[in-house]
Design a protein around this ligand. Structure first.
Ligand code: SF4
Ligand SMILES: [Zn+2]
Length: 339
């Protein structure tokens, strides 16, 4: 998909990178052994995702948080030290870069170990979570896991879709389902936790196609993932998706669609944790409904993600549901089915 790659690259070129920033840190809730648990999320600035520098995924603007010119190890450690000053006894610590923690071009293996060792020393930490593209997952993760024992280690991978056609032609993901599978097997063989992200509504899919893709993808990855985390698209600046959205050719997913995905996937099995993290929910750049029912549904999705209690998946009454149902029925005919 050379055209898609060139287009994504041309969007990125419009952006002017800033100087080195400090890490971003915030407290939130996540789950640990099925229970709602306080978590500390840390995002450190690195040279960024290698794939984003090549061309990048069509919805991803995280390259704007990186510094391609290079960030040395001392700066990375100093960002971590500063971030950890905010530690307030959380049991989960998530350490993200705007790329792959396991990519040695972003963070050397030596520094990866050093960071994890420091974090695992925090008095109440029980789980450390990192993110990576599949190509950087190797048997070396065992050495990292040993460094932090008995703290649990979770590796998260953004698969987005288990459909190769969508990965290639909608997302420009730069890897295929089997690449994820190889990494997933490696993570599970080492008895580590695997969180897999699925994207709700990649470019060029109708609302109905997006729902079906998420349900089918979840079915294909359940056996390997300890958690499936659905990420509904939110429009990032300097991306191809933003370009489509500005032309009125893309709408972020309806919250009704998210509810219907969660309801279906929740019934597929009872061992995989299902969650959905909605950024910019209820806003025009994020997943939204009519504006009147958004808050209630967003709260329900959040509560379901933290508790797995299906009572939160009951529908809220709102007249906009009829409009959404009409879109599911008609959109394929007016746009022409893409898949
Ligand atoms: S979504 Fe992940 S893999 Fe894709 S460009 Fe962004 S950071 Fe890189
Ligand atoms: Zn509504």
């Amino acid at each position: 998909m050379k055209g898609l790659q060139e287009f994504s690259r041309s969007m990125h070129k419009r952006y002017r990178y800033h100087k080195l920033r400090q890490s971003r840190v915030w407290q939130e809730y996540d789950t640990l052994n099925g229970k709602k648990t306080p978590a500390l999320t840390i995002i450190i600035q690195t040279t960024g995702c290698r794939w984003a520098h090549h061309s990048g995924c069509t919805m991803c603007g995280y390259f704007r948080d990186s510094l391609p010119g290079g960030i040395d190890e001392t700066q990375i450690i100093s960002q971590m030290d500063k971030a950890l000053e905010k530690y307030a006894g959380e049991s989960i610590i998530k350490i993200f870069t705007s790329g792959s923690f396991l990519d040695s071009k972003e963070i050397s293996f030596h520094t990866q170990k050093k960071i994890l060792k420091e974090v695992a020393k925090k008095p109440h930490v029980k789980k450390i979570s990192i993110e990576s593209r599949p190509e950087y997952v190797t048997d070396k993760i065992e050495e990292l896991a040993q460094t932090i024992k008995p703290v649990a280690f979770e590796v998260s991978i953004g698969l987005e879709s288990a459909n190769d056609h969508i990965l290639e032609k909608s997302i420009n993901k730069g890897f295929l389902f089997n690449d994820w599978l190889k990494a997933a097997k490696c993570i599970r063989e080492h008895n580590l936790d695997l969180k897999t992200y699925l994207l709700i509504k990649p470019a060029f899919l109708t609302e109905r196609e997006a729902i079906e893709d998420c349900i089918q993808s979840a079915g294909k990855i359940l056996d390997f993932s300890t958690t499936i985390s659905f990420n509904p698209v939110n429009i990032h600046s300097y991306t191809m998706l933003e370009w489509l959205w500005n032309r009125g050719e893309y709408r972020p997913p309806w919250l009704w669609s998210i509810m219907s995905i969660l309801k279906e996937v929740n019934h597929l099995d009872d061992k995989t944790h299902i969650q959905c993290d909605i950024i910019a929910g209820g806003q025009k750049r994020g997943a939204h409904n009519c504006g009147k029912c958004d808050k209630k549904i967003l709260d329900n999705i959040n509560n379901f993600s933290l508790s797995q209690n299906e009572k939160f998946l009951v529908d809220v009454e709102c007249e906009c549901k009829k409009k959404w149902e009409g879109i599911l029925e008609l959109e394929g005919f007016t746009k022409g089915f893409y898949f």
